[in-house]
Write a protein that binds this ligand. Structure first.
Ligand SMILES: CC(C)(COP(=O)(O)OP(=O)(O)OC[C@H]1O[C@@H](n2cnc3c(N)ncnc32)[C@H](O)[C@@H]1OP(=O)(O)O)[C@@H](O)C(=O)NCCC(=O)NCCS
Length: 143
């Protein structure tokens, strides 16, 4: 397995990965998210490959104060083999190099399984409630 920075030609494979791991939502334009992501924090968008095929990815962000983790996904048939941990280790190392001192992430309350994964990596529940507001409401109704 190799861990490397996302390349433009990885787009379709990464979107398929997100769709196959339940991260897609009707109101998200995943290709647009990728385009926008590549304009910033380019080195924090990381993929895992096996014999050239994308088997995992994670999208990191640094807002100048905290690092954030988005869309971590590992292909279902490659899960529980350390790919997710390897992606997170690589992301944390890259973040540390650019000065990030704390990494935050959000887990949907209906995604209980992933909590054990993050706790195992040293993440703790910060006991905050996350609020959000759409400045451009999604064109597809959000459920
Ligand atoms: C979360 C996810 C990325 C983990 O990737 P992974 O490659 O399977 O994780 P790893 O193999 O590196 O797991 C490392 C350790 O985390 C824990 N862990 C991972 N998945 C777990 C699960 N479903 N339940 C309990 N513990 C889990 C285990 O302790 C595991 O070590 P072990 O297999 O030796 O017991 C993967 O399950 C996934 O893609 N899920 C769907 C998408 C998703 O929910 N992403 C997160 C959005 S916040």
């Amino acid at each position: 397995m190799k861990i490397r920075t996302f390349r433009e030609r990885d787009g379709d494979a990464v979107v398929s990965l997100w769709e196959g791991t339940g991260l897609a939502r009707p109101w998200l334009d995943l290709h647009a998210e990728i385009c926008e992501k590549r304009r910033r924090d380019r080195s924090l968008f990381i993929v895992a490959t096996l014999r050239g095929a994308i088997v995992g990815s994670v999208m990191g962000a640094y807002d100048g104060r905290r690092g954030w983790v988005y869309h971590l996904a590992v292909a279902p048939e490659r899960q529980r083999r350390g790919v997710g941990k390897a992606l997170m280790d690589a992301l944390e190392a890259r973040m540390a190099r650019i000065g990030v001192i704390k990494v935050n992430l959000q887990v949907r309350t209906d995604n209980a399984a992933v909590q054990a994964f993050y706790v195992g990596l040293g993440y703790a529940d910060d006991r905050v409630t996350s609020y959000g507001k759409w400045l451009v409401p999604p064109s597809v109704p959000k459920t």
